[in-house]
Design a protein around this ligand. Sequence first.
Ligand code: NAI
Ligand code: A1CAB
Length: 266
Amino acid sequence: MSKKIAIIGGGNLGSAIAEGLINSGFTKPENIVITKRNIVTLQPLEEKGVMVTNDNKKAVEFADYVILAVKPFQIKEILEYLKPSLDPKKHVLVSVITGIWVKDIKEILGEEFTLFRAMPNTAIAIQQSITCICKHNANEEQIKFVGDLFNQLGKTVFIEEKLMDAATVLGACGTAYAMRYIRANIQGGIEIGFDAATASLIAAQTVKGAAELLLTKHTHPEQEIDKVTTPKGCTIAGLNEMEHQGFSSSLIKGVVTSYKKIVTDM
Ligand SMILES: NC(=O)C1=CN([C@@H]2O[C@H](COP(=O)(O)OP(=O)(O)OC[C@H]3O[C@@H](n4cnc5c(N)ncnc54)[C@H](O)[C@@H]3O)[C@@H](O)[C@H]2O)C=CC1
Ligand SMILES: O=C(O)[C@@H]1CCC=N1
């Protein structure tokens, strides 16, 4: 029998997960229930056959796998409310909530539950996320199910929980860093003659192609850079100027600053 999936919190991420699971054919819409306090924005999912409700208890009672996709400050109250309806022998919990640790959930629900933490990024909306996952108390079947689920939504990597904050920075904040890189290229492209739309297309597709080269050929970025940099050419002149201005250093410092912010504040 197909496993039933409840998504608690049908916001950006929760809705994108439901959308991706249906589009990929991972499960039928009738195996998914998604919740939100005001369900109006979930109508497109309802039209596709997903059960939509503002009743979290009803959703949990329907489900085997419960994906928690609310904001960090909301989870304690929601789990305390759901505790009587959650059964460690039936339910597997999957939290995508930033900064909520296995120990935080165990403090509320007790020791027995099977828990996964997953850190996707916003490209999950087009099934192109990298999702870093860690497991707790999970058996092979549960690990396979959760791995398969997020593999429908992009790529996955299983990591230790102590790396979840680092995964948040590199994988989830990383989308924003990449957008700034692309934006800067667009601004430069306009200054050297392109209109904004053409510059955007060239910049975005160039970055997509560069990423695909690494993912397909498993090369190091510097090997691919060697193929572009003609001796005495324009690429190396531009790259070296970027480095003189602190390009790599500023990115590394930004990554470390984001990490420190998570570790100290969240
Ligand atoms: N945006 C990102 O790049 C990433 C976000 N995350 C994490 O995912 C979680 C969700 O993020 P978003 O989807 O961007 O937030 P969001 O605010 O769009 O979604 C949260 C949803 O939960 C709903 N909600 C609030 N209380 C509820 C309740 N009692 N019952 C049911 N639904 C309730 C809200 O109405 C909202 O629609 C956050 O904890 C965030 O830290 C994780 C990875 C990446
Ligand atoms: O910046 C934030 O708070 C979250 C963490 C992952 C993506 N956005």
